[in-house]
Design a protein around this ligand. Structure first.
Ligand code: MGD
Ligand code: MGD
Ligand code: MO
Length: 574
């Protein structure tokens, strides 16, 4: 948003199949975004190279052309060193930088100090490998750079994102078919949540809260004055509870007492509230603390509506079963509460709500339910108007090349997908950067490396990083009861060398503590996925293994996200 004026992945999934290089940076795409990874696999079959930047030897590494086993929290160092190589070898896209970007000189000066040799000492990656991947990225005709939580869940996560975007600007790998910069969204509708204004500083459709034009528009359509002040993000809300300024909370579809960093602190803060309402499918840990629980219907199977996925594609979801018991559609619960507070909301269907979104947000104005029915899914922006006016922005020669690639790989469905199926909406963002007259230039944002807030020391000698596994979802409320999967329990990933030194064998139990709390018992999984000094935990089995009692509430002031990817722990045999 800060660089390009719009927050969303710039490419479409289809483009993974027609690119030369895919980088997954701090992203376990295979386990966490399997659908996207499937498109990447097709791209690899079509000849694309794959680079993985991850401290762990995740499964995806096996099929990668190159793995950079980075030290946790040193990504900015690596990105700046890659830029250093690209610039000093003259591989940057001078024409693009000149025409479409700003602030290059400041960036050049910043990265001048980040030599690959210094970077090797900080990141743990051999200087030659840094050079090799820098050259691969700069010399590729088309390249897509993807990142997720390995970048963002740090106390300087936003700076990490800037460091990667800078690389895209340096090489011109953005704004054209088959090249782009992609924050892969966590849940099926994270993009949609943001697009619908579920952010403290944004309105529906991405309007800035303090934009007077937005206030005029929304006040006209809604018929009520809007508050002037920007709201609080979640981290700020918890701080406000701590200061005694926030006394009540209404939580919808989230389990913060288990998912927030420093769980003992969140328990204490949520318990101190005067009034807590939780609206969820299940009686989660947070719901158990609530004064009122409102049972919700599942938005993907028990109600009608739309989701927006990681490629900005709006898709219909349909009710296939009746919600159980007293569970109701979230928007109907909200409507009735609003009306009891004196509002006059009288919609009866999700479509009516969506049509209001279309009236308020130009990016969605052309996406009617009727068109969703006709075209399947539609990627925003899609302005109103006829099909002819808003056809898709894939260059025609790409369409032909795509069709050829598809034929060669024997994928007929793809051929129709790319060429014959009528398309509306926008496949990739920021094509304007390649126009003769660039209307809005993209600024470089020089950033410096700063390691994790809490590093291992004598007392807490291990670094803990946390994340996910294929078969379980987040706090586990929706997946915990699976029994028919491999390892339906939490496991501490630890390398053989460390396990041996601690006298712990594979399958035995460990006790893990940080300055904030203790996990009394977790089964050790001795594995080469992690290197000496680094251990990994998921957080889906909180009843047995409350991982977040260990993590640190070191919040990035720019993004409001805590450093869930790095804290220091000690380990004993349990
Ligand atoms: N199966 C499954 N899929 C999911 C989810 C789930 O719970 N289960 N959750 C969904 C959600 S909400 C989200 S946000 C996404 C998250 O998707 P991902 O971000 O891919 O998942 P994580 O496992 O949290 O972290 C990704 C990787 O970051 C690496 N990492 C840790 N520290 C660093 C670092 O400092 N630098 C770098 N470069 N890498 C680092 C970890 O080793 C890990 O492999 O997944 C979504 N998909
Ligand atoms: N240690 C550690 N902690 C983390 C992370 C990490 O990597 N490591 N990752 C963080 C990230 S990226 C995320 S996204 C969070 C996730 O944290 P949460 O969002 O708190 O976790 P979920 O388990 O996804 O909780 C979603 C809840 O929504 C409910 N739900 C599902 N569908 C509906 C619906 O249609 N309506 C309603 N009302 N409710 C519904 C589910 O039952 C579930 O209880 O965790 C964060 N915490
Ligand atoms: Mo997430």
């Amino acid at each position: 948003m800060a660089t390009f004026g719009a927050g969303g992945a710039t490419t479409s999934y289809e483009e993974f199949e027609h690119t030369d290089l895919i980088i997954c940076w701090g992203s376990n795409t295979q386990e966490c975004h399997p659908i996207i990874y499937n498109h990447m696999r097709r791209g690899m079959k079509n000849g694309a190279k794959m680079v993985v930047v991850d401290p762990r030897k995740i499964d995806q590494v096996r099929r990668a052309d190159k793995w950079l086993p980075i030290n946790v929290g040193t990504d900015i160092y690596l990105a700046n060193a890659m830029a250093n190589v690209i610039i000093s070898e003259g591989l940057h896209n001078k024409e693009f930088i000149e025409r479409a970007t700003e602030n290059f000189e400041a960036y050049r000066e910043k990265v001048a100090g980040y030599t690959p040799e210094y970077a090797e000492q900080i990141t743990g990656i051999p200087a030659e490998d840094i050079r090799e991947v820098a050259r691969m990225y700069a010399k590729s005709d088309k390249a897509i750079l993807n990142w997720t939580l390995g970048i963002t869940e740090h106390h300087n996560g936003a700076d990490g994102v800037f460091a990667l975007i800078n690389l895209g600007l340096l090489t011109g790998h953005v704004g054209k078919y088959g090249s782009g910069l992609n924050p892969l969204r966590g849940q099926n509708n994270v993009q949609g949540g943001g697009d619908m204004g579920a952010l403290p500083n944004r309105m529906v459709g991405g309007w800035q809260w303090d934009d007077p034009e937005a206030h005029r528009l929304f006040e006209e359509v809604w018929g009520v004055p809007l508050p002037e002040k920007v709201g609080k993000n979640q981290a700020e809300m918890l701080d406000a509870i701590e200061r005694g300024e926030l006394r009540c909370m209404y939580v919808i579809g989230e389990n913060p007492c288990q998912s927030d960093a420093d769980e003992h602190r969140s328990d204490r803060l949520f318990e101190s509230l005067d009034f807590l309402v939780v609206q969820d499918l299940f009686l989660t840990k947070t719901a158990r603390m609530a004064d009122v629980v409102l049972p919700a219907a599942s938005s993907w199977s028990e109600t009608d509506g739309t989701f927006v996925n990681s490629e900005r594609r709006v898709q219909r979801v349909r009710k296939v079963v009746e919600p159980p018991g007293e569970a109701r559609d979230d928007i109907m619960i909200l409507r009735d509460i609003a009306n009891r507070m004196g509002a006059n909301w009288n919609f009866e269907t999700a479509e009516e709500v969506w049509d209001e979104v279309r009236a308020l947000a130009p990016n969605f104005s052309g996406i009617s339910y009727e068109r969703l029915e006709k075209y399947g899914g539609i990627q925003w922006p899609c302005l109103d108007g006829s099909f002819e006016e808003i056809s898709d922005n894939t260059p025609k020669e790409q369409l032909a090349a795509g069709a050829r690639g598809a034929e060669e790989s024997g994928s007929a469905a793809l051929t129709t997908d790319v060429v014959e199926k009528p398309q509306i909406g926008t496949k990739f963002l920021h094509a304007q950067l390649w126009e003769k007259e660039v209307k809005k230039r993209a600024p470089f944002t020089p950033v410096d490396h700063e390691g994790p807030v809490e590093m291992p020391d004598e007392e807490y000698p291990f670094q803990l990083t946390t994340g996910r596994r294929l078969a379980f979802h987040n706090t586990g409320t929706m997946t915990q009861s699976y029994k028919k999967v491999k390892d339906p329990e939490e496991l501490l990933e630890i390398c053989a060398e460390d396990a041996q030194a601690l006298g712990i064998e594979d399958g035995e139990f460990a006790r893990v503590s940080s300055r904030r709390g203790t996990v009394p018992r977790v089964k050790a999984r001795v594995t080469d996925r992690v290197r000496p000094g680094l251990v990994f935990l998921g957080y889906s089995f909180a009843d047995q293994v409350p991982t977040n009692v260990l993590t640190i509430n070191a919040v990035d002031p720019k993004s409001g996200t805590a450093e869930l990817k790095a804290c220091a722990v000690k380990i004993e045999k349990a």
